[in-house]
Design a protein around this ligand. Structure first.
Ligand code: 5GP
Length: 130
């Protein structure tokens, strides 16, 4: 099947949502430092870490942002949350604690339109965030 191109020349994988770099990581087409994967989620180190531990957790079932959780499948959302907690535990963050961030939309500077949870830890984190 021929690949459709946007006006800016980027390929689409379907009519509704543009393919993102995270689709490429999930497909194994883009290299990433993967720390966890199961049948529901993948987790890999952020390319531009903001803390000693900075990992992104991504559900294999695509949503653009957590804003879609209002109509998302509870099973998918629950597995996503379980994945976040499991990854944090496996990274050894449970005892001292960690932060989970969902940047959502323009004001929050969401740059990748595929829902992802940032897990940040390994140091004392400031509050409020910028
Ligand atoms: P957002 O601002 O959308 O919440 O966060 C997207 C995150 O993805 C950023 O922290 C950015 O550093 C990370 N990121 C962007 N491109 C890549 C990539 O190709 N590989 C990895 N590992 N992280 C990426």
């Amino acid at each position: 099947m021929p690949r459709r191109l946007t006006r800016r020349g980027r390929s689409r994988y379907d009519s509704a949502m543009e393919k993102t770099i995270f689709d490429g990581i999930i497909a194994g087409e883009v290299p990433a430092d993967v720390v966890y994967r199961d049948e529901h989620v993948i987790a890999f180190r952020d390319i531009n870490p903001q803390a000693p531990v900075h990992v992104l957790v991504v559900p294999l079932e695509r949503m653009e942002s957590i804003a879609e959780a209002t109509s998302g499948k509870p099973e998918t959302l629950g597995r996503f949350m379980q994945g976040i907690a499991t990854v944090a535990r496996e990274l050894g963050l449970e005892e001292k604690g960690y932060r989970v961030v969902f940047n959502t939309g323009r004001d929050a500077l969401q740059t990748v339109q595929y829902v992802h949870a940032h897990i940040l830890g390994g140091r004392k984190l400031g509050w409020p965030p910028g």
